[in-house]
Design a protein around this ligand. Structure first.
Ligand code: PGA
Length: 246
């Protein structure tokens, strides 16, 4: 049985009080059998970790060097020291707005795993690639270039999140058929590289306008093990409803 995961990517949202109250409410209504993770803005991490809640607290970003003259950046060691357990790597907003390449993401993956932090690795195609019908090879290349240097032992600390860019924050969700087809294709690439036992153990999340209305249909697909949620993760009741949508 693969780990069921519902993760909230808060992006650059919420005040400190809202952040505290959201974690407290999620924790109070903890959904058994589902790993719930939130990715708040950096400045709230310490405060949220000190709540000792039932929710895993992850970081949206970090710089893959241990320390030094990198103004404005935060290292994975610093995150590890305060108790962060997970990081996002490869989110499409980091790829596009901050020009993070597959090669750079590979460095981030290595830095996180070396520090003992789990990685939620995001992949997904833009609309024009979907329209060209080359989305499966596009995503497969993202995985190959940033993840396929890992050993099968290291792969155990990776969760994959498939997020079609055209579905992020747009209200357009992939249909359950589209999601399942891509998730199956991702698992096939993992099987070809690492064998069925390793590939079958990896959780693959869907992200992109996932909400309480569509989560159940998406999570019912064989290869969809949960969700990476943006907008709907900012409201405790919606995040809870999605977490119970299996
Ligand atoms: P969304 O964002 O749920 O608001 O579409 C998902 C994400 O960016 O991870």
């Amino acid at each position: 049985m693969r780990e069921k995961i519902v993760a909230g990517n808060w992006k650059m949202n919420l005040s400190e009080n809202e952040a505290i109250s959201l974690v407290q409410t999620i924790s109070l209504n903890k959904v058994e059998g589902v790993t719930q993770i939130v990715f708040p803005p950096f400045i709230y991490l310490t405060t949220l970790l000190k709540l000792n809640s039932q929710v895993f607290i992850g970081a949206q970003n970090f710089y893959p060097k241990d320390k030094g003259a990198f103004t404005g950046e935060v290292s994975i060691t610093q995150l590890k020291n305060i108790g962060v357990t997970h990081v996002l790597v490869g989110h499409s907003e980091r790829r596009t707005l901050f020009s993070e390449s597959n090669e750079f993401l590979k460095e981030k993956v290595d830095a996180a795993l070396n520090a003992g932090i789990k990685v939620v690795f995001c992949c997904g195609e833009p609309l024009e690639i979907r329209q060209e019908n080359t989305h499966e090879s596009f995503v497969s290349k993202q995985l190959e270039e940033s993840l396929f240097h890992l050993t099968s032992e290291q792969l155990k600390d990776i969760v994959i999140a498939y997020e079609p860019i055209w579905a992020i924050g747009t209200g357009l969700t992939a249909s359950s058929e589209q999601a399942e087809a891509m998730h199956a294709s991702i698992r096939k690439s993992l099987t070809n590289k690492y064998g069925a036992v390793s590939a079958d153990a990896i959780s693959i999340l869907y992200g992109g306008s996932c909400n309480p209305t569509n989560a159940h249909e998406l999570f019912s697909c064989n290869n969809v093990d949960g969700g990476l949620i943006g907008g709907a993760s900012l409201k405790a009741d919606e995040f809870h409803a999605i977490s119970t949508a299996y």
